[in-house]
Design a protein around this ligand. Structure first.
Ligand code: ADP
Length: 633
């Protein structure tokens, strides 16, 4: 992608997505332009954290100068703003990788899926973690001068771009380690060239940053501000989580979230606590208000930063949170772990397990609270993260019941796709004599809602949960009961409504079973191996037939899901159930010439009704056409 080269200066093209993203960002975030400073300071702070951590093993990285700070300055005449830090800095390769591409996996796909209107939505754009590129909201040209800690002074790198299609890069001298970012402001950004304005922005968005943010002192003299040589610290410069809760404002918690969560919007909820006991640690955990675009990518980065006694140890400490809570962001600061703890050590550490249990309990507790006390907020949460949380029912045996209580489902009660019914709501509405929680699974909401298996339940007014998310099959395979009520698929096994049916109904059914025995046997003989059994049913009121899975066989929906995912599914035969009160079925008793065709159609339509695929679609069409012709005769 090199487009031109002089002595040591090279011009490189941005990755296509960066170009698009830059344009969109500048336009969609313009009304909130001040955030550029928060983003650059946040990066500078991360760079200082990284240096401090690497220096634990290699003191030389400090280059005899162990102060970690961020500095903000401006030059009115040159119309520039500079943000510098004494952090880890970047090598040439790192500059190209970090400032020339969007490295996060999945970004490109996500980006391509956004519609034109969505691309203008600041919140969606914000999901990328606006980061470094937000500098171009206020700058027409950005110049980055950086050197990695521990490298020689001639290993500095200058990166420059006007935010168009390309950037230049060259090797230069840089005496001090770290990064210095100079923004050449756009013409209408002069108000940023004022100390009080910058201080105001820094205090608003970056007060919680751990390192001191330095600015030159200013003095009011002869009707204007005069800049002094002396420095002052503009922010509070202490670890927010180490402060007492009473001293932290809501705004500060929110701004800290944007820093640790790389998010653009406010969080939905948070919990800040110091835990004492076998392990002593502080946790500040946030639940975001919106799902990141890579939520379903199980490789995606996890959101918890680990600190040990205020020293940053690592990002994405996945051992601190189970996978089904991968949307949680925040920090854990341990008082007991050794500073040189590595990912490998974390994996085996009993101490980490204790912390993980504590954090998991905290988050589930926070969610239970929200579900109880702020239903609207909880609905927002569920809409964004519900499908991920459900994974926990299969993954976390210890907390299974708690998670099941938090789960929400669509059901025939409201008959819409919104997942708003909890298992407790369901139990509270159960009919007299009802012992089970009934559900149907299908691969779309409409297929679930219109499933023929629901007919008798609708007729009797018995509520059924409508499960149509992929994770639901996995969930019901792990959740057999809730608060003493077993979960039962309406499409599996014989229909046993227990006390919901009266003696007269049961007697009538037995009589019909005898009466229809010759027919069910004829159909079985005609369909052969395609079915395990043919029997009459009382599930159906409107449809002539449906398929069910035997009690211990895999449901048809799960078998289809597995096959679609390229996995092996046992070829279990379905049971064909026919509706003895349906005119097509009664008519079939007298049929002889086309009996085989009719039973084939009956089987195929039952398969279609539950969202399955036909083995021989052309055969189905041919038979239907034949029937239509005969009708006309
Ligand atoms: P993010 O911070 O979300 O990863 P950015 O676009 O803000 O995305 O930054 C990209 C990367 O560039 C960072 O992850 C970091 O590796 C590097 N970077 C940015 N600013 C600095 C800095 N001041 N010092 C060192 N590295 C930096």
């Amino acid at each position: 992608m090199t487009t031109s080269t002089t002595a040591s200066r090279e011009t490189l093209g941005f990755q296509t997505e960066v170009k698009q993203l830059l344009q969109l960002m500048i336009h969609s975030l313009y009304s909130n332009r001040e955030i550029f400073l928060r983003e650059l300071i946040s990066n500078a702070s991360d760079a200082c954290d990284k240096l401090r951590f690497e220096a634990l093993h290699n003191d030389a990285l400090y280059e005899n100068q162990s102060d970690l700070y961020i500095r903000v300055s401006f030059d009115k005449a040159a119309r520039t703003l500079t943000i510098s830090d004494s952090g880890i800095g970047m090598s040439r390769d790192e500059v190209i990788a970090n400032l020339g591409t969007i490295a996060k996996s999945g970004t490109r796909d996500f980006f391509c899926k956004l519609s034109g209107d969505q691309q203008k939505d600041a919140h969606l754009i914000g999901q990328f973690g606006v980061g470094f590129y937000s500098a171009f909201i206020v700058a027409e040209k950005v110049s980055v001068l950086t050197r990695r800690a521990g490298e020689k002074s001639d290993q500095g790198v200058r990166w420059e771009s006007d935010g168009g299609g390309e950037f230049s890069i060259e090797m230069v001298e840089k005496a001090t380690r770290g990064t210095e970012i100079t923004l050449h402001l756009r013409a209408d950004q002069d108000d940023l060239l004022a100390g009080y304005k910058l201080r105001e922005i820094i205090r608003k968005y970056s007060n919680h940053i751990v390192q001191p943010i330095l600015m030159n002192k200013e003095e009011w003299k002869d009707g204007k501000y005069e800049t002094l040589a002396e420095d002052e610290t503009v922010n509070q410069a202490s670890a927010l989580w180490a402060r007492s809760k009473n001293d932290i404002t809501e705004e500060e918690y929110k701004e800290f979230y944007k820093h640790v969560g790389h998010d653009y919007g406010d969080p939905l909820a948070w919990s800040h606590a110091r835990v004492e006991g076998r392990q002593e640690y502080t946790q500040l955990l946030y639940i975001p208000a919106r799902a990141p675009f890579d939520l379903y990518d199980r490789q995606a980065r996890h959101g918890i930063k680990l600190y040990v006694r205020r020293v940053f140890i690592m990002d994405d400490a996945e051992q601190l949170m189970p996978s089904y809570l991968r949307f949680v962001r925040g920090i854990v600061d341990s008082a007991d772990l050794p500073l040189n703890v590595s990912r490998e050590i974390l994996q085996e550490s009993k101490d980490i397990e204790t912390i993980r249990k504590g954090c998991t309990g905290k988050v589930l507790g926070m969610l239970s609270d929200m579900a109880e006390n702020d239903k609207e907020k909880y609905a927002t949460f569920w809409g964004q993260f519900g499908q991920v949380l459900k994974e926990g029912i299969g993954e976390d045996a210890v907390n299974k019941d708690k998670i099941a209580a938090l789960a929400r489902f669509a059901s025939t009660h409201a008959d819409n796709a919104e997942e708003a019914v909890s298992l407790r709501d369901y139990i509270a509405r159960m009919k007299d004599g009802q012992e089970k929680i009934y559900y149907v699974t299908a691969d779309s909401f409409n297929a679930a809602k219109n499933s023929p298996h629901l007919e008798v339940f609708r007729k009797k007014g018995i509520e059924v949960l409508l499960l149509s998310n992929r994770v639901d099959e996995w969930m019901v395979n792990n959740l057999f009961e809730f608060e003493g009520k077993s979960l039962s698929s309406v499409a599996k096994g014989g229909l046993d409504l227990g006390a919901l049916e009266d003696a007269a109904e049961k007697q009538a059914q037995e009589k019909q079973a005898d009466e229809f025995k010759p027919l069910t046997e004829r159909i079985k003989a005609s369909l052969g191996d395609k079915v395990k059994e043919v029997r009459i049913t009382h599930r159906l009121t409107d449809s002539p037939a449906c398929l069910v899975a035997d009690e211990h066989d895999m449901s048809g929906n799960l078998a289809r899901l597995l096959k679609a995912a390229g996995q092996k599914a046992p070829n279990s035969q379905p049971i064909l159930e026919i509706n003895p009160t349906h005119p097509v079925v009664t008519r079939l008793q007298a049929e002889s010439a086309h009996f085989d065709d009719w039973t084939a159609v009956l089987f195929d339509q039952a398969m279609l009704a539950e969202g399955g695929q036909l083995d021989d679609p052309a055969g189905f069409v041919k038979r239907i056409n034949q029937l239509m012709l005969e009708m006309g005769k």
